[in-house]
Design a protein around this ligand. Sequence first.
Ligand code: NAD
Length: 471
Amino acid sequence: MGRAAADMLADVDAQFERAAAFSDYPRGLLDQIKACSAVYRIRFPVREDDGGLRVIEAFRAEHSFHRSPTKGGIRFSPEVSENEVAALAALMTYKCAIVEAPFGGAKGGIRLDPRTASEGFRERATRRYVVELNRKNLIGPAVDVPAPDYGTGEREMAWIAGTYAELNPSQLSPYACVTGKPIALHGISGRTEATGRGVATGIAEALDSAADMAAIGLTRGVEGKRVIVQGLGKVGFHAARLLEREGARIVAVAEIDGGVASAGGLDVDALQRHRAETGSILGAPGTETIATAAETLERDCDILVPAALEHQITAENAPRIKARIVAEAANGPVDSEGDAILRERGVFVIPDLFLNAGGVTVSYFEWLKNLQHVSPERLVSRYQETATARVVDALERVTGARLGEDERQRTVRGPEEIDLVEAALADTIIQSYRAVHEIWKSRAMPDLRVAAYSLAIDRVARSHLSLGIFP
Ligand code: NAD
C-alpha cells in the first residue's frame, strides 16, 4: 500500500504549482482555484449484522463551486481520510474542466473495508450517509452529485438514489442526484465500462503519434504492445479488455493478493471468470503466479496501467519500472517523487487528470438524461433512420448500385443509447487529449501532466473571472 493520504493532497497541490508557474494569473486567483472549498466530516452509528452498533467515519469534500452542481465519486476504503477526499475532489475539478463537464469537483468516502463488510452493513452505512448529507443539503441534482469510485458500484448508487428520492418526494428529478445507477433505475448504457473505455481510448490516441512513440523507442499504435494492468476492478477490467480487443497483449495483471502473467497474453475475460469462481485471479489456468502486486508492476512491458489506488509508484520503485508508458487509470497512482523519477528516465506518463475522465463524462450524460426524463436516442433515432434511408435510396437511384439487405440495415439503422454514449465519449477523450497535447507542445512544457493542469487552471480561472469574483 502507498504512503499516507495526507501526502496525496500535497502531491496534487505540488503538481498544480508546477503548472501555475506557467500561468500569468494573479496569485489570489490561483489560490482560490487550488483551495478545497468545503469538507464535511461525519461520524454515525451503523448496526452490525449481529445487532451491535459500530460508529464509522465518512467525508464529503466539495472542492470548487465555480460550476454547480459539484460532482465526484464515493469510495469505500479503510484508508479514507479528509486529506484523501480533498485531493481527489481537486482532481475532479481539474478533470471536469479538461473534458468540459460543467461541474465543480467533489469526492466522498466512507471508512469501511468493502471486502470484509457484509452487504447489509454496506447498505445501512450508505443509506445513513445519504440521510446525513441530505440533512445539510450536500446532495441533490443541483447541489452535489456522487458517482461510483473505489469499492462502490451500481448497487451503492441505487441505494443512494432510492434513499434520496424517498427523502425528497416532491422533487422533479430526484434520480439525477447520483450517477452510475443501474439501467433499471434511470442509469445510462455504457456507464459501467465508461472509465475503462476512456482509458483504452486515451491510450490509443496517445500511441497514435508516431513522433511521440519514436521519442520513447516504441512504434505507433496499440497493436502488439505488451501491457501490465494493476487492479482488475471496474476501471482496470474494462481497460484491459478493450486494449486486448485492440490487439495489445496483456502480459500480466496485479491484484491485491499477487499477480498473474503470461508472455503470450492473458485472456482477460477468462481471468475475470476465474476470479468470480475462486475469489482470486491467482491460479488461473495457463498463467504464471507472481508473489506480489508490487513485483508485478516491475515486470518488463511497454505500457503499465495502474488502475487500483493512489501512490503505487513512488521513489522506492520508480527506478525499477520497465514500462515506457505509464497510463494513470487510477487517481494519483504515481506520487510526486515517483513522477520526477519517471520523467528523468524518459517514461511517457499519461496523467489521471485526463486519462480516467471517461467516467465523469458518461456520468454527465446520465445526469442530463435524468434531468430531461428522456433517453438521448429517443427523439432522434427513427428520424435519423428515415433520413439515412432517403440518402441511400437516392444514391442507389443515381448509381444503379444496390446494397445487400444486411449492409442496408447496418447503414440506415438509427442510433441506440449505447451508440451515442460511446461516440460522444470517444470524441470527448480524443478532443481533450489533443487540447492537452497542443498545450504541451506549443508552450514547450515538460510533460503532459503540466499541460493538463494548465488547461484545467485556465478554464477554471476564466470561469471565476467571468463570474466576477475577481473584478
Ligand atoms: P474497484 O474497487 O472497482 O477496483 C479496484 C481493484 O483494485 C480491486 O479489484 C482491488 O482488489 C484492486 N486492488 C486494490 N489494491 C490493490 C493493490 N495494492 N494491487 C493490486 N490491486 C489492488 O475500483 P475502481 O472504481 O476500478 O477504481 C480504481 C481507481 O480508479 C481508483 O483510483 C479510482 O479513484 C479511479 N477511478 C474510478 C472511476 C470509476 O468510474 N469507477 C473513475 C475515475 C477514476
